[in-house]
Ligand binder design. Sequence first.
Ligand SMILES: Nc1nc2c(c(=O)[nH]1)N[C@H]1C(S)=C(S)[C@@H](COP(=O)(O)O)O[C@H]1N2
Ligand SMILES: [Mo]
Length: 264
Amino acid sequence: MPNPSEPNSSSTDAEVSRQLGRMTRRGLAIGGSAILAGLAARRWLFAQPTEGDVIWPLRRTFQLDERISRATFDPSRLAPTFDPAKARMPRTNGRYGLDLDLVPDLDAYRLKVEGPGGSRSFTLAEIKALPKHEMTTELKCIEGWSTIVHWGGARLADLAARTGLASRDPARPLAGACDFASLESPGRAYYVGLEILAALHPQTLLCYEMEGAPLTPNHGAPLRLAIPLKYGIKSIKNLASIRFTDRRPADFWADRGYDWYSGH
Ligand SMILES: Nc1nc2c(c(=O)[nH]1)N[C@H]1C(S)=C(S)[C@@H](COP(=O)(O)O)O[C@H]1N2
Ligand SMILES: [Mo]
């Protein structure tokens, strides 16, 4: 019996190209009306009043995204991981809060961490003394590109668990943690807000390595975040401070109209 899902022997090249032609014409017709609808929608959109910098229907869309991500974020969910052989260096993207004229002084570097459990500074050596984790995950930029990257660093959750800084209750360093984390580059030139489940997720790493080599300044030396459950905007480079707080912190790109959660 011939398998109906398999092309039969009579499907010649000519037939295939006829079929492709039909599909392309249909595609063009659909594409054309989509473009016209798109243009009309754009005209309508740009005629609407703005709220802050953002046209209100877009803001509504972002708010809907926020409700969806809040409802669907599952802290036990892991971002997909890949064969390290598939990884490569991503392009350099986003330079807010990077001072590329300065060679980072790894010895002078301090990460300031504060929360209900107190306030402390960490040297890079102290971060590196935490258990090292490596992962190969996708760095997805909201601009539409993505790269599989091999990361190396310490879990933010390990730092929180060992220091109790995030917690309202010293006996429960993780379970007693407050609701959010605010992460900043020097001078607050770039800043990221995270809900606590994302901040303490096992794949949220304080990274000092990419592709098995020390971070370069372009990619956020001395220390950056890698948080593969979120779009690249949340993977803050040149991280200077982390503050655990119960008030939802501001976020650089959320202040410019993007979804505060930015999960994917
Ligand atoms: N300090 C800082 N961190 C940042 C950005 C930035 O502009 N400044 N851009 C973000 C964006 S939009 C992306 S996609 C990733 C890109 O990381 P990469 O340059 O290592 O590819 O960094 C994120 N972290
Ligand atoms: Mo990005």
